[in-house]
Ligand binder design. Structure first.
Ligand code: WT7
Length: 677
């Protein structure tokens, strides 16, 4: 029996219509990496899985693989088996001969007056080697060990990632904006002995204390029975310490001090099996426990290199700027690994796009000559709201732009196209996930026209299908909504959930697996957790999550995580998190909270619930509203009806409530909430 999700975000789905096409400009087509339709045939199903050799051949292998895809233990797919390579070598060393003095990273720090740092491939290589030597010599990090980072958008982050990759150690970056508690949970789950952090960083022009979170993280990990041995603290301004938190003797070390011993040290890149894990990236799911998505070295790197080449249209001479945070998968794949594997110049920006004003992003683009730009709908909406005419004041020219992370409204898309892209840039709307390593749905920018609000067809070598709740295929191109799945494995797919292989099978494959004993990949479709429709032209429109995940500004938050954070407030008896429509962030979170008997609702309690959520998860999870209610609408078996609550919050139909245990509460809550909105 299949269980109907109690609240599906698709229920407050995107309901815009199919739109018309926009072709790319001839100028774009003339220079594109994928400009011959033959490429689509080469990646056709008859050529699967060998078609992905084309991606793997973008890399330098120490030894070539003998088996492109091993499906003997489904759904634990193995790509490029027998092959060996080093990810750091592929992203850095191999470019030295031809491009040692070329910019690998251009880092734009805050405040605006601070000088931009240009880091050449040679300089990047030096920094990576020294930090790798430190990790190895000072911390005893070995191949296969996990190392957690809690770093903001500073070059020390890609340096640390690539240093781990060089050693064959597995990095796990926790988004800098996440709380110490959230970081601690991820440290314990991954079993990292080393935490790499920074004393402070700039946000909206302010130097914010970050090291305080490291102490909370170590405490939180300890509470889970895990001891962190060393905390490495980079200083945002080396030599000066900008944190209230004291350094703990024997545990905390300033990286700039320890590094002195490792100046000029070189570490040989360790030749790793293609299937060795490269990194973990934690994401939210249906239970409170975050999932450490484990990505491979060979398959992942090949996939992000290939998709960067054909979908981001990256050429070595481009100046490419993805304005995401490296703390998310987008930054791992499309700021660091993909662009650097192709030897291009990747821009990193420390600050927020709207500070000090809505022209900041366009000034950076103009000054650096950025010609490929990549961001999320939430940023586009924000920039459109704050500075609708700003882009025209600056003399930059983009050939290509990306939107990623959530559905984009056609109206917002058109502003992006006309005003930001000045009608010159090809846009790709790339649909994918933390789990998938790289893009799943997108147009090929020179070969498939854009359609606002739709991501496009499955990408090269990826064959999506839409199923209904009962496992029947929804006819292709029928525009009927269902659950989008991917029929085949692809090299970027994550290998497992770190330490939870059963949960991996359960969440992503059990729902639509046709035969648990089958070793044929065709019996193991990947369940993405999104609702979607496919139009007659084969393009998909993603409707949003169908599980207990709320996508806020392109970031995933689990309802269970939010609710357990609210329950840390001692007065709270019950909590329910629901998504509400939000003009800028797409979705926002609203919390409904019922208090324990004897406690009266007041504003300070609302604040306390908000503060608890920020403490447990981070600022991105701060609810838009906290509603203290007398009781929750419940089924007769006592289950909280989030669907009903979401209906109230969004002013939409709450459906039939007559079978609830307490139907009268619905009008009570509705009256209260809707009169205050
Ligand atoms: C969820 C994955 C993709 C990397 C950043 C987010 C939603 C993602 C799109 C898009 C509509 C999108 C889906 C997906 N999503 N891209 N182009 N159009 N929805 O990664 O945090 O793992 O979130 O983001 O709902 O499942 P993530």
């Amino acid at each position: 029996m299949t269980t109907q999700p109690e609240l599906s975000e698709a229920q407050i789905a995107v309901h815009w219509r199919e739109e018309g096409y926009y072709p790319p400009t001839p100028k774009f087509v003339g220079q594109a990496n994928a400009s011959e339709p033959a490429i689509i045939e080469r990646f056709g199903e008859v050529n699967f899985p060998e078609c992905f050799k084309e991606y793997a051949d973008l890399l330098s292998w120490d030894s070539y693989w003998h088996t492109t895809l091993d499906t003997s233990d489904p759904p634990f797919w193995k790509w490029f088996v027998g092959g060996r390579l080093n990810a750091c070598y592929n992203c850095v060393d191999r470019h030295l001969e031809s491009s040692r003095n070329k910019a690998a990273l251009i880092w734009v720090p805050e405040p605006e007056a601070a000088p931009t740092q240009v880091i050449t491939y040679q300089e990047l290589c030096r920094r990576i080697n020294e930090f790798a030597a430190l990790l190895q010599g000072f911390c005893g990090v070995r191949t296969g060990d996990r190392v957690t980072f809690h770093l903001p958008m500073v070059p020390e982050l890609p340096v640390a990632m690539l240093a781990c990759a060089r050693l064959g150690a597995i990095h796990s970056e926790v988004f800098g904006g996440f709380s110490g508690a959230a970081c601690g949970g991820r440290i314990a789950d991954s079993g990292s002995n080393v935490l790499v952090t920074m004393d402070s960083y700039y946000r909206n022009g302010e130097l914010v204390d970050h090291k305080v979170k490291a102490d909370e993280a170590v405490e939180a990990a300890r509470a889970l029975g895990h001891e962190v041995e060393k905390v490495l603290v980079w200083r945002r301004h080396p030599g000066e310490y900008a944190s209230e938190a004291p350094m703990v003797a024997g545990r905390d070390f300033f990286v700039d001090e320890v590094l002195r011993e490792y100046r000029g040290k070189l570490v040989e890149p360790v030749s790793m099996p293609a299937e060795a894990p490269l990194f973990l990236m934690y994401t939210s799911g249906t239970t409170g426990r975050p999932k450490g998505c484990q990505h491979s070295t060979g398959g992942y790197l090949a996939y992000v290199a290939g998709t960067s080449k054909y979908y981001q249209d990256i050429h070595p001479e481009d100046t490419y700027w993805c304005a995401a945070d490296i703390g998310w998968i987008t930054g791992h794949s499309y700021i660091v690994y993909g662009p650097l594997a192709l030897g291009t110049t990747s821009v990193m920006y420390e600050g927020v796009p709207t500070y000090p004003d809505a022209g900041r992003v366009w000034r950076i683009a103009e000054r650096l000559g950025v010609n490929i730009f990549h961001t999320a709908p939430t940023t586009i909406r924000m920039l459109r709201k704050l500075g609708p005419d700003e882009p025209s004041k600056y003399g930059y020219h983009f050939k290509h732009m990306t939107t990623v992370g959530e559905p984009i409204e056609p109206e917002v898309w058109r502003w992006y196209y006309d005003v930001v892209g000045k009608g010159e840039a090809a846009i790709v709307d790339t649909w994918w996930q933390t789990e998938t390593g790289g893009f799943l749905g997108s147009t090929l920018p020179a070969l498939q026209p854009m359609k606002p609000g739709s991501c496009g067809p499955g990408v090269l070598g990826v064959y999506p299908v839409i199923y209904d709740e009962d496992g029947a295929v929804i006819e292709a191109g029928s525009e009927r909504a269902g659950n989008i799945c991917i029929r085949n494995p692809w090299p970027g797919i994550f290998q497992t959930i770190w330490g939870q292989p059963e949960r991996f099978v359960q969440i992503y494959y059990a729902k639509y697996c046709r035969d648990r004993r089958s070793r044929d990949w065709r019996d193991w479709p990947y369940f993405a957790g999104d609702g979607a429709v496919q139009a007659a032209d084969g393009y998909f429109r993603i409707l949003g999550r169908v599980d207990d995940v709320i996508n806020v500004a392109g970031h995933r938050l689990g309802t269970k995580e939010l609710e357990s954070a609210a329950l840390t407030v001692s007065e709270v008896a019950e909590a329910a998190a629901v998504p509400v429509m939000d003009d800028v962030r797409g979705r926002a979170v609203e919390m409904y909270v019922a208090l324990k008997p004897g406690f009266a609702p007041d504003v300070s309690l609302e604040d306390k619930v908000s503060a608890a959520i920020v403490h447990e998860i981070g600022k991105i999870a701060r609810p838009k509203n906290v509603w203290l209610v007398a009781d929750m609408p419940k089924t007769r078996s006592g289950k909280i009806m989030r669907r009903v609550i979401a209906g109230i919050s969004n002013f939409t139909d709450v459906g039939d409530v007559s079978t609830l245990a307490n139907p009268e509460i619905v009008d009570d809550i509705r009256h209260r909430v809707q009169s205050e909105k």
